[in-house]
Design a binder for this molecule. Structure first.
Ligand code: ADP
Ligand code: ZN
Ligand code: ZN
Length: 751
């Protein structure tokens, strides 16, 4: 048996592990993540390293052909479980459960060594007693060692002195300092100067008296914690219901027990106010990680975490890998957000990964959202998570009034504008009153679906119940199973010829708005207008500063930000997200509509919302209009159950990429056949394990790379992992030259 070992544990070094033989006495004791001592380099100096893999194959170096020459592991280190070994075990878990190489997984979890020079501060600290210093000073004066005397005099007054000041201002040479250090009168210490990305904050006490509902949550979670029970908790509460206050109370209590806490929040949802609240509560013991930090700054944050200089980290999904020694609590706010799923291999989900981090540390996990993911709510209802509800807005402000505008009727009544009569009327009213409005187009990537503007019919796959997508050559294709029909010219339901794709962008809306209301001051926010680094913040602050009457934008505008002067929100085409070829389309739409509606009427004046749609009877529209999450959940889960979609079942997507269209299609077909051998006929009959596809991916070609995909659905996640392992084995055997394959478990984005 052999072990792959990395000696210097850093992101850059994992590509080149060293292989060692495992001596018989260690075979039963060794596992991935353990720290070991190995003879290293030409001198065979005993060096500590970490086991990242254990295999039966001798793979590396000159010993490849002569395993007897391979060096042996000397011993298992006595350091016990270290920060590093937990990270390596986490990487192994990700490698197993998400399908990536161990190296890719390690690179995901290990901090990248700083690429900028670390700022170091050297100081001289006084050692020795006062008497010893005075004696040494006398001697230096006798011997006319004036520089030494200056330094000793200074040291009598100051316990620590910056090194540069001694060599500069005091004019003391390095050898003179060194000789005093040898005499144990002083000590030179090097400290890294950590760059805190947020700077200094005034600490104030903004602590609230928790409401009974909030206190109930805190008491129960801490009660479990102190009784040694580690759980997962879901807080379902609308925006403003006091979730953040609960998170902070819990974090504070866990930190008081000597542990550390991770607070995950999607970057786009982290507001300045939230940050200030954390800094006011935790001062210098909290830090922030985000995408604008340099690699060096990130590395510094990791070092501070490891050295227990901070207790709390705030950040997006990668903050999960902060090398804290002893994590007590992980909080995931806005847990339904799709940004918690990584789009790069390993395609991990922060929510699932957090549970593993918590298991490795013995921590608890708290999830929170106004619109929980189906996954979390499902588990909460099945008793896997404890569910808490916060039902009231603590800041007052009433829920907005919601109107649903049926676009089929608008067409019938001769209104061919993008804006319904109701929306036009309310926009005019706001412009007259000088109040602000937001117009929101929930376009999400590519949505080439076909729908009838007369009756609202959407062309869907009969097998998968997701929309078919329009392709070149007038074909409509299902991206899950490959079902294909020619594009029709008439609506199959009502015979109307108004059947087409939906094509309107934010720019077009801006133009139409200006035609209709020439006096309106309009700002637009979308991928085009926010390409420059700070333009996003600029547009938001211009709008909240009252420099415009209407903000037009994509979903970017509905996240996180508070605009107290907005009293009208228009959702221009709810169907755009409703009819995306994705089984989560209904869930996304409900989340987006609820969130967008929540933007109206944050201030004193109550708000109004207009949802425009061709499918006003769709349950995602109906229940978001009444802000009724439970009712939405009940209908959505039925759909998932009927078609075995997550969370009822698990789903493995196998994606094949190739420059050569035929080659890609071919490999996808062969792999799908392999996968099919895992399906027991009885299970297929009971629809317990299902294969869908292969089919061209919904974005069938990007940069001339063709993409094919097939899906496996099965209740047991472990079985899907086995299928993935078997497919990986085949790929190694076949060694495709042009094709590459990626795995995605429980995909969030099936484009
Ligand atoms: P959420 O995270 O659910 O949006 P927050 O914790 O941010 O809710 O609370 C919303 C607002 O209510 C904040 O301004 C917060 O300061 C205030 N708040 C929270 N809890 C209390 C409380 N117990 N008493 C008074 N105000 C509170
Ligand atoms: Zn029709
Ligand atoms: Zn289908």
């Amino acid at each position: 048996m052999y072990a792959d070992i990395i000696v210097d544990i850093s992101h850059e070094k994992v590509d080149r592990p060293f292989q060692y033989r495992i001596p018989d006495r260690l075979i039963d004791r060794l596992s991935v993540g353990m720290e070991v001592l190995v003879p290293f380099g030409r001198g065979n100096k005993l060096t500590s390293g970490y086991v990242i893999d254990i295999t039966e194959h001798c793979n590396y170096g000159p010993a490849k052909d002569d395993p007897a020459r391979m060096k042996e592991i000397f011993s298992v280190s006595q350091n016990g479980v270290t920060v590093e070994s937990r990270l390596i075990r986490l990487a192994e878990w990700m490698h197993t459960n998400y399908g990536s190489t161990m190296i890719q997984a390690l690179k995901t979890v290990l901090p990248a060594k700083q690429s900028v020079k670390k700022l170091a501060v050297r100081k001289v600290e006084r050692r020795g007693s006062r008497e010893e210093l005075i004696a040494a000073l006398g001697e230096a004066q006798r011997k006319k060692q004036t520089a030494k005397a200056r330094l000793l005099t200074e040291l009598l007054d100051n316990e620590t002195i910056p090194y540069e000041w001694i060599t500069g201002k005091l004019g003391v040479s390095a050898p003179a300092i060194k000789s005093l250090e040898r005499a144990e009168l002083l000590c030179v210490v090097t400290e890294s100067a950590y760059r805190n990305p947020v700077g200094n904050w005034e600490t104030g006490d903004a602590r609230k008296n928790l409401s009974p509902a909030q206190q109930g949550i805190v008491t129960e979670v801490l009660g479990d914690y102190d009784a040694g029970r580690r759980g997962t908790y879901l807080i379902h509460g609308i925006t403003g219901s006091g979730k953040t206050e609960v998170y902070m109370a819990l974090i504070e209590q866990v930190v008081a027990r000597g542990k550390q806490a991770i607070f995950l929040i999607p970057e786009i949802a982290l507001t300045y106010q939230t940050l200030v609240r954390f800094y006011q509560r935790f001062g210098d013991r909290v830090s922030l990680i985000n995408s604008t930090l340099s690699a060096g700054e990130k590395y510094d944050q990791c070092e501070r975490a490891k050295n227990r200089e901070i207790d709390v980290i705030i950040g997006p999904r990668s903050a999960l890998f902060t090398p804290f020694p002893d994590i007590g609590l992980i909080v995931i706010d806005e847990e339904h957000e799709s940004s918690y799923k990584s789009e790069n291999t390993p395609k991990y989900h922060a929510r699932e990964t957090a549970l593993e981090v918590a298991r490795l540390h013995g921590a608890s996990v708290v999830l929170g959202s106004a619109t929980p993911s189906l996954e979390s709510y499902y588990r909460a209802l099945h008793g896997e998570y404890k569910l808490f509800q916060l039902k009231e807005r603590l800041t007052g402000g009433t829920l907005p009034r919601v109107y649903v505008a049926d676009l089929r009727n608008e067409l019938k009544e001769g209104n061919r504008s993008i804006f319904s009569v109701k929306l036009q009327e309310l926009l005019r009213d706001r412009l007259e009153k000088g109040e602000q409005s937001m117009l929101f187009l929930n376009r999400r990537g590519y949505s080439g679906f076909l729908s009838c503007r007369s009756c609202g019919y959407v062309v869907k796959c009969p097998h998968c119940d997701v929309s078919l997508s329009e392709h070149a050559g007038g074909r409509l294709i299902c991206h899950y199973c490959g079902y294909e029909i020619p594009k029709m010219k008439q609506c199959p339901q009502c015979g109307s010829r108004y059947i087409s794709g939906f094509r309107a962008g934010t720019q077009q809306i801006e133009e139409k708005l200006k035609e209709l209301f020439p006096q309106a001051r309009v700002l637009r926010m979308d991928a085009d207008t926010t390409r420059r680094k700070d333009s996003y913040e600029k547009i938001l602050s211009a709008f909240s500063g009252g420099e415009a009457d209407v903000l037009v934008g994509t979903q970017m505008i509905v996240k996180g930000h508070d605009f107290p002067r907005v009293t009208l929100v228009g959702i221009l085409a709810a169907d755009l997200s409703l009819s995306v070829a994705d089984f989560r389309a209904g869930e996304r739409t409900f989340q987006l509509l609820t969130q967008a509606a929540g933007r109206a009427g944050r201030g004193e004046t109550p708000g109004e919302v207009v949802i425009q749609t061709y499918q006003p009877e769709h349950y995602a529209v109906v229940h978001s209009a009444s802000q009724d999450y439970e009712a939405f959940y009940r209908e959505e889960i039925l759909y998932r159950e009927m078609l075995s979609y997550p969370p009822v079942s698990h789903m493995l997507a196998v994606q094949v990429f190739s420059k050569d269209e035929e080659g890609g299609r071919n490999l996808a077909g062969r792999l799908a056949k392999e996968a099919e051998t895992f399906i027991d006929p009885a299970e297929r009959l009971e629809k317990r394990m299902l294969l869908m596809g292969p089919a061209p991916a919904s974005i069938g070609r990007i940069n001339d790379i063709f993409r094919f995909v097939f899906y496996l659905k099965y209740a047991n996640y472990g079985t899907l992992v086995k299928v993935k392992d078997a497919l990986e084995e085949r790929i190694r055997e076949w060694q495709p030259r042009e094709e590459s394959v990626q795995f995605d478990f429980d995909p969030i984005n099936t484009m």
